[in-house]
Write a protein that binds this ligand. Structure first.
Ligand code: NAD
Length: 308
């Protein structure tokens, strides 16, 4: 397939492009506007790949998107404003890129009659869960502005399948970690601060639980859904590895050789979801399963950030 990968200079998108170009026969056109979160450096090693073309541009640019989609088989839409804390400070860019940008891509996909539209959604669209795990059929109840815009895009994409028959697939993935993640996010930030002997600001009492998946496992899952998923369906992707933020912080300190005295409890994030956990059995039924334990993934991630 010839894929248009949007947001491919960001964290997960760039890992996905490396994976696709190294492990599959697909070719890739990357579209990324290079916001503060995107970097060409993330594509080092594949920028000159014969099956890859990088375009700096915005998913909200209708003319550009229509032109690019004309000879594309499938779209994988990673492009988004992705940081919850920034969405709390101001939701406008989130509404604009995450919802309107997705709409532009969906319209262009419809016009060009493409074969696959993979919308990258998130487990945050379900809101929080105190016990059990979210299934794909559970209602969406996002609780912060970032998650609300991702839920909107998710529903909009589903509506293009129902209304227009556009071959949409949706993935809702848990928290990713690994190489090439922006240092504003918890794991890279804490690795770098721990190694520099700085304090690690943990929200609230650190009891919030997240399910952590190593980005390489997620990329293989995305490839599986793209190639083998049924159109119109939603797929949860997760590792089953649940940890409190405090536990993650302690593991990072151990891995980096820092001291527990570096932990600093700070005022909790507004609307901070207590726990996310998802049932990924629909994706494992396609033949995928996670291969990285949190312990091994964290070791690889620490090595990456300390040698950057
Ligand atoms: P990221 O912030 O690292 O990357 C986003 C990329 O999108 C950047 O390269 C940025 O330049 C680009 N971009 C932003 N606005 C754009 C626009 N208008 N036009 C073109 N490009 C634009 O994000 P990430 O962590 O790699 O997440 C990628 C996707 O996966 C997002 O849709 C996010 O919601 C979703 N997701 C992320 C996680 C996670 O743990 N990181 C978990 C579940 C889902």
């Amino acid at each position: 397939m010839r894929l248009l990968v949007t947001g491919g200079a960001g964290f997960i998108g760039s890992n996905f492009i490396h994976h696709v170009l190294e492990e599959t026969d697909h070719s890739v056109v990357t579209l990324d506007s290079l916001t503060y979160a995107g970097s060409r450096d993330n594509l080092e090693g594949v920028l000159d790949h014969p099956d890859h073309e990088f375009i700096q541009g915005d998913i909200r640019d209708r003319d550009l998107v229509s032109e690019l989609v004309a000879d594309i088989d499938g779209i994988v839409n990673f492009a988004a404003e992705s940081h919850v804390d920034r969405a709390i400070d101001g939701a406008e860019p989130f509404v604009s890129t995450n919802i309107q940008g997705t709409q532009v891509l969906l319209d262009a996909a419809l016009d060009a009659d493409i074969n696959r539209f993979l919308q990258i959604s998130t487990d945050e669209v379900y809101g929080e869960i105190s016990e059990g795990k979210f299934k794909e059929s559970d209602p969406l109840a996002p609780r912060n502005p970032y998650a609300a815009t991702k839920a909107s895009a998710d529903l909009l994409a589903q509506s293009y399948y129902t209304t227009h028959g556009l071959p949409v697939l949706i993935t809702r993935t848990s928290n990713n970690y690994g190489p090439r993640q922006h240092s504003e996010k918890l794991i890279p930030k804490f690795i770098q601060r721990a190694a520099a002997g700085k304090s690690l600001p943990v929200y609230g009492d650190g009891s919030n639980v997240r399910e952590w998946i190593y980005v390489e496992d997620n990329c293989r899952a995305l490839e599986t859904v793209l190639e083998s998923g049924s159109v119109g369906e939603v797929y949860n992707i997760g590792s089953g590895e649940e940890l409190t933020n405090l536990e993650v912080t302690k593991r990072i300190l151990d891995a980096v050789g820092g001291s527990k005295d570096q932990i600093e409890f700070v005022e909790d994030r507004a609307g901070h979801d207590q726990r996310y956990a998802i049932n990924a059995s629909k994706t494992t039924a396609l033949g995928w399963e996670p291969e990285w334990s949190f312990e091994d993934g964290l070791e690889a991630t620490v090595e990456y950030y300390l040698n950057e």
